[in-house]
Design a binder for this molecule. Structure first.
Ligand code: ADP
Ligand code: MG
Length: 391
């Protein structure tokens, strides 16, 4: 997808692009720190060069017109600024409409309607956060189109999260929107989700690459076990708070967890909390490993993350487990784990360049044998965050 293709569609549907703005927001892949963001822990994503492009132009009335090149069957979706209703909206336009709604909630009332055409190349529903990219894209477009110039990219991330939480009913943390809005080219961003403090970590992988493997199992996160996991973690936190001065599981050390874990009467809640605490500790170690150039250690932490997501947090699925386990067997694979919310989607692996062909062959072969379909591979170059584009 290119911005030119999106602009061409805009012209066909809505006339000349004069006076319109052009924008891009990327998807992301999380290297480590999974399901830690809503627990006040750390995450470590980088942006993809894949993302969503958009062209937006202001209207004189209160009409909203949307078109996505990726949902042509929906045609032009018409709405109005006076029809925004949280939790009742269906279809893909619930995401951009949710952002308009969240802008108003934050005091940035969009004063007029707009025409908005988008198109992207993030496989959606694969844990690469096409929904967050769409929210951040919409935020960047509204900011420019309506002159809300004091909004920062951090604000756009928070507004995107608010809209996904309250308009779309998906209790996601801040990671996805933050990554899409804030990441820099050739870097991963190490983010403390409780304080929103972040560090850019250059991804110097020497002779290795980041490879995303798409299981092509689509997750459906809204109303899924994702919200249940959040509830389990909230229960654990409430128990711990009676005895410890903490505000989130992300503040607990592994030693503290081991000392106090028996305060949690429910064994399921205990293993959920164990994942949140240990995964956060792994993510903190992963930054040090990367900064010290110790990629082997980084890979071990990724592998341990997968095991914890599989066994303690129970958000993996047989397909992802097979892909990760097959990757661990290939010489030259530094680390491999499921990435994103889980229940399908993708794994992320760091693979020595010389081993890339063997990696793809091995995973394709076991996956085809087991499931009769080929996984899809994307070799990733860490891209730049959301921005306005020149045409
Ligand atoms: P993920 O964020 O992991 O990709 P989600 O289920 O959270 O998966 O979000 C996917 C949804 O986001 C799609 O079903 C669609 O509603 C919306 N979406 C994503 N990309 C696009 C796009 N290019 N055009 C229109 N809607 C999109
Ligand atoms: Mg999503």
């Amino acid at each position: 997808m290119t911005i030119q293709e999106v602009a061409k569609k805009f012209q066909e549907l809505f006339g000349e692009t004069n006076g319109a703005g052009t924008f891009f927001a990327p998807g992301r892949v999380n290297l480590i720190g999974e399901h830690t963001d809503y627990n006040g822990g750390h995450v470590f994503p980088c942006a993809l060069t894949m993302g969503i492009y958009g062209v937006m132009r202001k209207r004189e009335d209160r009409v909203l017109r949307f078109y996505s090149l990726d949902f042509p069957e929906d045609g032009v979706v018409m709405s109005s600024l006076d029809e925004l209703a949280p939790l009742s909206d269906k279809g893909w336009t619930a995401y951009p409409k949710g952002v308009v709604w969240a802008f108003a909630k934050k005091g940035y009332v969009v004063p007029a309607g707009f025409d908005f055409v988008i198109g992207g190349d993030i496989p959606s529903g694969s844990g690469l956060s096409s929904s967050a990219a769409l929210e951040v894209l919409t935020g960047a477009a509204l900011r420019d189109t309506f002159g809300f110039t004091d909004l920062t990219n951090v604000d756009l991330a928070l507004i995107g999260q608010l809209s996904e939480n309250e308009y779309n009913g998906m209790q996601c943390g801040i990671m996805d929107q933050f990554a899409s809005a804030m990441v820099k080219e050739d870097c991963a961003i190490y983010l403390d989700t409780s304080r929103l403090e972040y560090t850019y970590a250059p991804l110097q992988l020497a002779d290795a690459s980041i490879v995303i493997t798409n299981s092509k199992v689509k997750h459906a996160l809204v109303g899924s076990p994702y919200n249940d996991r959040r509830r389990d973690c909230a229960k654990a936190l409430a128990c711990f708070k009676e005895h410890l001065p903490i505000e989130s599981l992300g503040e607990m050390t592994v030693d503290q967890f081991e000392t106090y874990k028996d305060l949690l009467p429910d064994p399921v809640v205990r293993v959920r909390a164990r994942h949140a605490v240990y995964e956060n500790a792994r993510t903190i170690q992963a930054l040090s490993a990367l900064q010290a150039g110790n990629l082997a250690r980084f890979g071990e932490l990724m592998n341990a993350s997968h095991v914890s997501l599989r066994d303690d947090y129970e958000v993996s699925c047989p397909e992802l487990d097979l892909l990760a386990a097959a990757a661990w067997e290939v010489p030259g694979v530094i680390g491999s784990r499921m990435t994103g919310g889980g229940f399908g989607g993708c794994t992320v692996s760091i693979v020595e360049n010389a081993a890339l062909p063997q990696f793809q062959e091995a995973l394709t072969s076991v996956y085809e044998d087991a499931y009769g379909k080929c996984p899809e591979f994307y070799i990733v170059r860490p891209g730049e965050g959301a921005r306005a584009l020149e045409m």
